[in-house]
Design a binder for this molecule. Structure first.
Ligand SMILES: [Fe+2]
Length: 239
């Protein structure tokens, strides 16, 4: 077993041989998590942790994360906060930094982007008014806004069952404030996540049917296709 740390996150590699160095692994990720290093994620501190059991295969949850085709019908509250998601794309047209814009004055992954939390000092005004996301293969999501991030960990419990652990991190000085209130972020994120998990569980029921043959990827599923191909390469390479 090999253990390494990146930006405050502990990564475990169960490879019995010589594993790929962690930074090299992260550099090979489609969503470029290394680009988030400019925000100095290690300065953040854990404020809240939630656990949810989802009755779906872990890969279905990741596939859902990798596309926003479902956003207009599944996430009415999220669409009020992130207008770009109304297009069904996960990225915002015209932005080169991978960010998607919050409403003017917004700084958090919350309803309308509003909270009283402290903005990370490493961010510019535009960055603090944005959301950035990254899927780190195989089982991690990073969702961040101006006031912190959510690191989600997917733990397979069986072929049709996954434990999702969401770690909510905030600016360190916020955690010792008497009026620290993470609820605008936690409540909003848990609402959006619950909406995703419900459709993931419906997909699980669908693919479990003997009538199911295969799905079809739309153009906006490009990132899903990348994940599936990478999974197949990892699975076949491991056998
Ligand atoms: Fe979603």
């Amino acid at each position: 077993m090999h253990v390494d740390v990146w930006q405050g996150f502990l990564f475990v590699n169960l490879d019995r041989g010589t594993p790929m160095p962690l930074r090299e692994w992260l550099a090979g990720q489609r969503d470029e998590p290394l680009s988030l290093e400019r925000f100095d994620l290690g300065q953040l501190r854990l404020g809240v942790t939630t656990e949810t059991i989802v009755n779906a295969n872990w890969k279905i949850i990741i596939e859902n994360y990798c596309e926003c085709l479902h956003c207009p019908t599944v996430h009415p509250e999220l669409l009020e906060t992130v207008k770009a998601y109304r297009t069904g794309w996960v990225l915002e047209e015209g932005r080169e930094d991978g960010g998607v814009s919050l409403p003017p004055g917004g700084n958090s992954y919350s309803a309308q982007g509003i909270s009283t939390l402290t903005v990370m000092p490493s961010m510019t005004e535009v960055e603090a008014n944005s959301i950035y996301g990254a899927m780190v293969f195989p089982n991690m999501f990073i969702d961040m806004a101006g006031t912190g991030l959510i690191a989600s960990q997917l733990l397979p419990m069986g072929p049709d069952r996954t434990k999702v652990i969401a770690h909510y991190l905030f600016v360190a000085e916020d955690l010792v404030r008497d009026d620290f209130d993470p609820s605008p972020v936690v409540d909003f994120s848990e609402l959006v996540a619950r909406q995703d998990f419900e459709v993931a569980e419906r997909v699980q029921r669908g693919v479990s049917s003997s009538a199911f043959g295969q799905g079809v990827f739309a153009v906006k599923d490009e990132a899903v296709d990348v994940f599936v191909q990478r999974y197949l390469e990892a699975r076949d390479g491991a056998s």
